[in-house]
Design a protein around this ligand. Structure first.
Ligand code: ZN
Length: 236
């Protein structure tokens, strides 16, 4: 039995908090990694091209970039997603809080997923608020329009937009109740991770990340491994 298995077996309220690293094994590049989008050649850096300002003023370029770089609709869940879904079914894991927008946790079978940065699978008209699926974005030549004439935008939090307040409260509530908090695939450098994690008062904190984080000192267990490998033992 690994230490992590031991922790899991002794816990009743597990919460997982994950970042981009959870999806890299599914072929979705991490924005901030060395091989990520920041080092690739586009007209502007991603934090500009994925801002509301850019979306509103250079809509064509926004959607070209978005479709090319953020829409990974064929990506499949990896062992990390599958293990977390299994832990939820077992009743131990109460919530997955993710900074990813790919919907892979749900694809793997997770139900209580708090998507802090939204989802590529949800889209809505800025004019009449009608909901559209991702095919509306994909099939549009450039800018997707609603029948009412409004632009259809992804329900994704752009760089200059704030996070959903109610969702943040829900996430904090879960973290505050957790007896075991597993953090994976994030260097914890990105807002809002740091603030959210401050409310954790549980017994055990586990970090699964290839590189060090500022929370390493307070972790009870650090696993320097691919997150899929680290969690694969929990797949049913
Ligand atoms: Zn509309």
């Amino acid at each position: 039995m690994t230490v992590l298995h031991e922790y899991v077996s002794q816990s009743k309220y597990i919460v997982f908090f994950g970042g981009a690293g959870v999806s890299t094994e599914s072929g979705i590049p991490d924005f901030r990694s060395v091989d990520g989008l920041y080092n690739q050649t586009w007209k502007h850096p991603p934090e500009v091209m994925l801002s509301y300002d850019f979306f509103a003023n250079k809509s064509k370029d926004f959607f070209e970039f978005y479709k090319n770089k953020l829409l990974h609709i064929d990506a499949q869940p990896n062992n990390a997603h599958l293990a977390l879904a299994a832990l939820e079914k077992s009743g131990k894991l109460k919530a997955v809080i993710t900074q990813n927008i790919d919907g892979l946790h749900q694809k793997a079978g997770s139900e209580n997923v708090l998507e802090l940065h939204g989802s590529i699978w949800r889209n809505y008209c800025l004019g009449c608020k009608k909901i559209y699926d991702v095919n509306t974005i994909i099939s549009a030549a450039d800018i997707p329009f609603c029948l009412c004439g409004g632009v259809v935008r992804p329900d994704v939090v752009l760089y200059d937009e704030s996070l959903d307040y109610d969702l943040m409260i829900k996430a904090m509530d879960h973290i505050a109740q957790a007896d075991l908090l597993i953090i994976g695939g994030t260097s914890l450098g990105v807002y809002p991770a740091a603030g959210l994690l401050e409310v954790f008062k549980g017994n055990r904190l586990v970090l699964i990340n290839k590189s060090s984080t500022h929370m390493d000192d307070v972790a009870d267990l650090i696993i320097r491994d691919n997150i899929g490998d680290a969690l694969s033992g929990f797949i049913e």
